[in-house]
Every structure is written in C-alpha cells, then in structure tokens.
Design a protein around this ligand. Structure first.
Ligand code: SF4
Length: 377
C-alpha cells in the first residue's frame, strides 16, 4: 500500500495478535532447553481429562465454528498442540501457590514481550500507510474489509507501490477443503524484475537468533502464506467455496454497511458487495506473479534494529507433511499431542505445566521405563 494510503483495521484480528507469541514462549523456555526431560513430575491426578469434552465433535467443529483456521493456529500447534487446545478451551492456568519460589509463567497473550512485539509491528505498518478504523455491522462487512485491504495491495503494486504491510491473505492452501486466513507482515514488489518477495517480521527480546523449534514454526507460517498467495495468482481460489465455508453465500450480494461502503469508495474501488470485491480481487491478482523469495527478519524489540535475516527455501514435501499432520488433529483423525520428550524444555515456560495431561502421561511412561531399567540392572 502507498504511503498515506489507508487500510481498514478490524477488531478481533486473531491472526495478527498471535504473530509474535512463539517468541514469548521461547523467551521463557530458553533456559529450559538443556534441562532433564524426565523432570516433568507433579501430582495432578485430581484433574479430569479436558479433551473428553464433546468427543463426538472434531476439534475443527468444536473450536472453529466460524468456518476457518488462522495460519498462526498451525504455528502454535507446531509449538505444542496441547497448549493450543487448552488455550482454545479457555482453560485457566492454575493459581500460583504461596510455596512457589518463582512466579508461574503469565498467560502467553499477557506477556510484556508479546505486547512489545505488537507495538513494533504497528510502527512498521504505519511507516507505509495510515490505519483507519471502520465500523462494521456484519461478518460480510468484516470479510469485505479484508478483501478490500488485499485488493488495495494488489492495485497499489500495479500502480507503482513497492512495499505493502499487514496484508490479509485467505484461501484453501492445498485444496483439502480447509479455509485459512492470515496476515502477511510484508510484501515487496519489484516492478523492474516483476518479482514479489515476502518478508515476515519476528521481534525478539534478546540478540540471539531463534532455535530449531521456532525456525520450524516460522517456516511453516511463511510457506503457507506463500501457498495462499500463489493459489490466488494461479486462479486456484473458489469464491463459492470461500462464501460457503464462511456461511456468507446468502449475504454476498447484499450491499455492505454504510461505513464500509464509504471506505470502499474512498479507496477508488467500484464495488458495493462482498461478491463484487471478491470478483475484483480474483481478476486483479492475475496481473501479478507468484512469490519468488521468502525471508524472515528478526528485530530486537527494544530498539527495532535488525538482528538477522533467514531465507526460507520452499520444500513442498516437508510443508505437505507438516500440514497433513496438523490437519489430522483438526479433523479428528488422531488425538491431541503435547511436546516430544526431547522438547520437554518447552514445558518449563508453559502456564499449563502443573495441570497438563500430556506431561502427566509422559511422566508415567518415563517412570515405568525407569523402573524396568532398574530391574534389568
Ligand atoms: S506443559 Fe508442555 S506439553 Fe503441556 S501444554 Fe505446556 S508445553 Fe504443552
């Protein structure tokens, strides 16, 4: 989007809010990475199994009644699926005990580093466009604004703009019938070479570059963004599927609300309904190209200075495997999984640690294994 152009901001942008949460998790876990994975024992047998709720529903049906998943749902899932489940269930972390020597970790969204990360993102966004608040009255309005913001980016690139930030993206990344929504931090268009690059911004509290676990999350995130964008450019986006998944087929041709229409008008887009916006989007994007480079930029929260950059190589087989494993959970084809035993260091920074079913289960398995080894000796 151009300098001084406007982009609409919509409340409840879950995708954006979670953009840097993995950073927060890591900050609290760094010190635990080398700890002994067998030390995961706490007495929690009084707890019921939270995942026995409404067993007949798949997690997708249970938690995503709005019809779509955010890309960051998958990245949180890759960090720890059990943690994501507890969060989606609205489970409260246990109250601190007076005997605790250190305060328990804060809920992830409340951590200062997450809030600091959001400020850096907003500052970056304001460098390239103004953010205006638009009142919405319906879900069609909300998706109309997402569509308009994406369409404005495309029109901007086609009229000489080189950088767009906080760009919404949506679609079915692998044609599996699953709708995803995401917000790309930055797209850079080079009109001379006619190429497009994607840059994801990650803020960090320390100068250190991320470890393997975080890199995996970040790679998954940006490669799904790329997949969504490339699908749009290739014409692999079905408006009917999109509207059906969001249960907006009936309202897609209705005029959007007054405030939204005024914003559309001020953007110079001749449209008054969600379907008209989607038609313009799918037509305009054909004039652009697929993303040819994907990069993650790590910046220090305190100063905003760049710590380092990583190029992400496209690896379709890896992406498909990761995506498939995640979706097996959402569609109820397998049960919930917590962290692997070699990643038990993550549990040290987790607010659900004292009540985590997965930890208890792993602890019991480890204890049984240790008893067997003792007998063999
Ligand atoms: S304690 Fe460990 S396994 Fe359990 S939710 Fe937290 S990070 Fe996941």
């Amino acid at each position: 989007m151009a300098n001084n152009e406007n982009t609409a901001v919509i409340d409840n942008q879950n995708e954006d809010s979670w953009s840097d949460i993995d950073e927060s998790l890591l900050v609290q876990c760094d010190d635990n990475e080398n700890s002994d994975p067998s030390v995961i024992n706490k007495e929690t047998s009084h707890l019921k199994d939270p995942l026995k709720v409404e067993e007949e529903e798949t997690p997708l049906e249970q938690f995503c009644k709005h019809g779509y998943l955010c890309v960051t749902d998958l990245t949180q899932q890759v960090w720890c699926e059990q943690h994501l489940c507890y969060t989606m269930m609205g489970m409260e972390p246990p109250l601190p005990s007076p005997l605790d020597q250190v305060p328990p970790p804060l809920p992830t969204a409340d951590r200062p580093e997450v809030k600091a990360g959001k400020s850096v993102h907003l500052a970056r966004e304001l460098e390239v466009h103004n953010v205006v608040s638009v009142k919405i009255s319906s879900r069609a309005d909300k998706w109309g604004l997402h569509t308009l913001n994406l369409l404005s980016t495309i029109r901007g690139f086609l009229s000489g703009i080189r950088v767009a930030r906080e760009v919404p993206i949506f679609g079915d990344p692998f044609g599996t019938g699953d709708l995803f929504f995401g917000i790309v931090d930055e797209l850079r268009f080079d009109a001379d070479s006619y190429s497009l690059g994607l840059v994801e911004l990650k803020t960090r509290k320390t100068q250190r570059m991320p470890g393997k676990a975080q890199k995996k999350q970040h790679s998954l995130q940006v490669l799904i963004y790329k997949q969504l964008w490339d699908n749009l450019v290739r014409g692999n986006f079905s408006t009917d599927f999109f509207l059906k998944k969001l249960n907006l087929t009936a309202s897609a041709d209705q005029p959007l609300s007054e405030g939204v229409l005024q914003h559309i008008d001020s953007s110079g887009v001749p449209a008054s309904s969600l379907r008209q916006l989607l038609t313009q989007l799918t037509t305009s994007v054909q004039a652009l190209v697929c993303i040819s480079s994907v990069e993650i930029e790590y910046v220090l929260q305190e100063t905003g200075s760049v710590i380092g950059r990583t190029s992400v190589r496209e690896d379709f087989d890896w992406l498909w495997r990761m995506f498939g494993h995640c979706m097996d959970f959402w569609h109820g084809r397998r049960g919930v999984e917590g962290v692997a035993i070699e990643e038990a260091w993550k549990c040290g920074g987790c607010e659900f640690s004292p009540v985590c079913e997965w930890r208890m289960k792993k602890s019991r398995v480890l204890s049984a294994q240790n008893r067997c080894s003792d007998k063999e000796l």
